[in-house]
Design a protein around this ligand. Structure first.
Ligand code: TUI
Length: 330
């Protein structure tokens, strides 16, 4: 087992301890191979795609990179059983999971030599998956885009890090080197970044989707779908105004809500309909200001993380035996 103090680059076989978020419809072989070539772990998001579509993406990624990459499985997918079987055949390096419990697939994936890294939104769930054999967990906070839990990254990461022995990867609200440094201070041994990679040059999301992320302010995301029990963070637009109003009035039942949302992520990502579509994004969109190559994003984030660690740690007075005003410490 890895030493407790090591970051996850050894586990992942990457240069840097960073995973790209498994963003449905967005995270394809183009983005995944660019992130892997840039020193992180790229992910292909299976979303609701069928197994053969995802297999083709895996093969396309293999033609673009020799580095390891992974596949994110969204456990609410109707194709999940066939997907898991295909992933074992393809022997992908890493499988991350979201929006559900991967417990029943864990044994078979591990037997095929695949590293399994589930996303968790609570301590209890992290502990359960550690017992089931997870290689690491991604503790994803409320700041994240897409389907979200209740706890913030700031509160969730240290509590999960205290509870489990496997590495914890922080996700939700991490968009630059300050976020990376903060995540490690909270006990994480790696980060997962989604929103910042939405505007990577190699990201194939529609131009209007990218433009909306680049223009977003700190307060521009909202969580729709609370009434269904599956809140989803998106950028505010015509669709969110309509759906939030229906939810607030209590005049839409969960089934009808899900029906109306079907296809809206695809509409935003592929057709560029950013008014009626779901423009999933994390709260950190407000600091994402320029399009860059995925590899540049990674290099910049880790360079900044070192710089801010060295410059900010002194500001908080860490290690100061006597306060600056000369008084005795409390
Ligand atoms: O999965 C995500 N984010 C996603 S999935 C997605 S696709 C989608 N599209 C439309 C509607 C809904 C989803 C978009 N964004 N993040 C990982 C994540 N997983 N966040 C929270 C969770 C989670 C929540 C509850 C994982 C497990 C869980 O409970 C499992 C259990 O059995 O207790």
């Amino acid at each position: 087992m890895a030493e407790r103090s090591e970051d996850i680059s050894g586990l992942l076989g990457t240069r840097y301890p960073i995973i790209q978020g498994g963003m449905a419809w967005i995270a394809d072989s183009s983005l995944a191979s660019a992130v892997s070539n840039g020193g992180g772990l790229g992910l292909i998001a299976a979303g609701n795609a069928d197994a053969e579509t995802v297999r083709a993406e895996i093969r396309a990624a293999r033609s673009r990179t020799d580095r390891p990459f992974g596949v994110n499985v969204m456990l609410m997918s109707p194709h999940v059983d066939a997907l898991m079987e295909m992933l074992r055949e393809e022997r992908v390096a890493v499988v991350t999971t979201g929006a559900g419990n991967p417990g029943k697939y864990m044994g078979a994936l591990k037997a095929a030599g695949i590293k399994v890294i589930p996303v968790v939104a609570s301590v209890a769930y992290a502990l359960r998956l550690e017992r089931n054999g997870a290689d690491a967990v991604i503790a994803e906070g409320y700041e994240a885009g897409g389907h979200i839990g209740e706890s913030t990254t700031m509160a969730l990461v240290p509590q999960v890090a205290d509870a489990v022995r496997i590495p914890v990867i922080a996700a939700g609200g991490i968009g630059d080197g300050r976020g990376v440094a903060a995540a490690f201070m909270l006990g994480a041994r790696g980060v997962q970044v989604g929103t910042r990679f939405l505007v990577a040059e190699e990201c194939t999301a529609s131009a209007p989707y990218k433009a909306m992320v680049l223009k977003a302010k700190d307060t521009d995301t909202v969580a729709t779908g609370r009434s269904t029990g599956h809140p989803v963070r998106v950028l505010k637009n015509l669709m969110t105004r309509e759906m939030l109003s229906l939810e607030a009035k209590g005049i839409i039942d969960p089934g009808e809500f899900e029906l109306r949302m079907a296809g809206t992520l695809r509409a935003a990502v592929k057709d560029g309909d950013v008014e009626r579509g779901s423009v999933m994004s994390g709260q950190i969109a407000g600091l994402v200001k320029k399009e860059q190559k995925a590899g540049e994003i990674i290099e910049e984030m880790f360079r900044e993380a070192w710089e801010v660690y060295e410059s900010r740690i002194a500001v908080c007075g860490a290690g100061r035996a006597v306060p600056r005003d000369g008084q005795k410490p409390l």
